[in-house]
Design a protein around this ligand. Structure first.
Ligand code: CP
Length: 308
């Protein structure tokens, strides 16, 4: 593994290794606090972010390394017309590893063709978000103790939600995973994912229009925000934005050990009253993201724990 552009760049064995390493980092922070000394991570964020950028930066700092970068296209020379390729070629002379978010699908892939330092896709348009997928897999593994034999409901904006697209691809490789897609018809999962993943691999899935009708069967409920920034038409966004709001009443029929996830940010789709429910895992999920990104940075840089 040299770059991480698509969740399928990782084998199941590589994912296992990253999750084991992330767990060990959580438990034994002292073994890892100097392993990236003198290494630099550049975070090139052409789109807004709180969790992904800051967890990457915290991850590198906790490994003893340094960070540099920008948090918006507007504060970079992209505003002067510089191409992504030129930007990463230049930054590869300043940093040992680059995490990049860009609104255009495929931009991190293009960047990875140009440089020798590892490129990590930190989200490209409505396409993929592989480090969110690692975060999600770590959460499912820690909360449920397994990645197979699971019924996962994905609810909200399944059309534009890159976290959903990436997680479906990754989870499709585990045994006996059933997918329940909960969305308005306008925001249903793209046909190419239904064909290339569910139908090609003969994976059990169904599409429904309400969460109530499937709540009792779910082991995981993965809520998502309606992606305002991907809409062409404000009126459509306003009409669809509150299609699903999870509240205490809707959880009455849910399993006692349901795991409620959300990649965050949340807008209205989970009532804040749900936050105190022991089944709400989304803030833990955001925290796991830092540890799995520490594991990924170490693996891509080829550094290992200090066992002394
Ligand atoms: N989950 C996620 O990608 O959050 P940010 O947009 O805040 O990075």
């Amino acid at each position: 593994m040299k770059h991480l552009i698509d969740p399928m760049d990782l084998t199941v064995e590589e994912i296992d290794h990253l999750l084991v390493l992330a767990d060990d980092i959580m438990l034994h922070k002292e073994k890892y606090q100097e392993v990236c000394r003198h290494k630099k991570l550049a975070t090139l964020f052409f789109e807004p972010s709180t969790r992904t950028r800051l967890s990457f930066e915290a991850a590198m700092m906790e490994l003893g390394g340094n960070v540099l970068g920008f948090s918006s296209a507007g504060s970079s020379s992209a505003t002067k017309g510089e191409s992504v390729s030129d930007t990463v070629r230049v930054v590869s002379g300043y940093a040992d590893i680059i995490a990049m978010r860009h609104p255009k699908e495929g931009a991190p892939f293009v960047a990875a063709q140009k440089v020798d330092v590892p490129i990590i896709n930190a989200g490209d348009g409505g396409h993929n978000h592989p480090t969110q997928t690692l975060t999600d897999l770590m959460t499912i593994h820690r909360e449920k103790g397994r990645l197979s034999d699971i019924t996962i409901g994905m609810c909200g904006d399944l059309k534009f939600g890159r976290t959903v697209h990436s997680l479906i691809k990754a989870m499709s490789r585990y045994e006996n995973v059933r997918f329940v897609m909960i969305s308005p018809i306008e925001l249903r999962l793209p046909e190419y994912i239904i064909k290339d993943v569910f139908e090609k691999k003969n994976i059990a899935y169904k599409e429904v229009r309400t969460m109530e009708e499937v709540m009792p069967e779910l082991d995981i409920l993965y809520m998502t925000r309606v992606q305002k920034e991907r809409f062409f038409n404000e009126a459509d966004y306003v009409r669809l934005k509150d299609s699903f709001i999870l509240d205490e009443k809707k959880l009455k029929t849910a399993k006692k050990d349901l795991c409620i996830m959300h990649p965050l940010p949340r807008v209205n789709e989970i009532s804040t009253k749900v936050d105190d429910d022991p089944r709400a895992c989304y803030f833990k999920q955001a925290m796991y993201g830092k540890y799995v990104r520490m594991a990924l940075i170490m693996t891509l840089l080829g550094v290992s724990a200090n066992e002394n």
